[in-house]
Design a protein around this ligand. Structure first.
Ligand SMILES: [Zn+2]
Length: 124
């Protein structure tokens, strides 16, 4: 009888450990996907953003003034391939492309049923 109780206790402890681990993983997923979503922080560099005017219409994310200029330079660079600064290289363009793709992938995942289920089950 004592062995049965020990086994139940061990299973219960293992279940609690597994639930805690699942909760921490869900929190890590949620916090990694919330990065760049704060309206008062630049989505690209993380600096605080104080808007005195509404953000430009063509800004896909809240950018600080400098990152907005760089984003617009990137959009022009995509069209005409002309860099406006020495660092506007293929690697710079690829970094912007990859960052924008990363942000879009995060948005798609946040809207997926699997993400909603993850949040419901592990973040109460
Ligand atoms: Zn910025």
């Amino acid at each position: 009888m004592a062995e049965v109780i020990d086994l139940k206790r061990r299973k219960s402890k293992e279940r609690r450990i597994a639930e805690g681990r699942a909760r921490r993983r869900a929190q890590a997923v949620a916090s990694s996907l919330s990065c760049g979503m704060c309206p008062r922080r630049c989505a690209h560099c993380g600096l605080g953003v104080e808007y005195t005017a509404p953000p430009p219409v063509d800004a896909p994310y809240p950018f600080c003034e400098v990152c907005q200029e760089e984003y617009e330079a990137f959009r022009r660079w995509e069209k005409d391939g002309q860099g406006e600064a020495f660092w506007h290289t293929d690697e710079w363009g690829e970094a912007w492309r990859a960052w924008l793709a990363h942000m879009r992938a995060g948005e798609a995942f946040r809207q997926s049923p699997a993400f909603l289920k993850l949040m419901e089950e592990h973040l109460e």
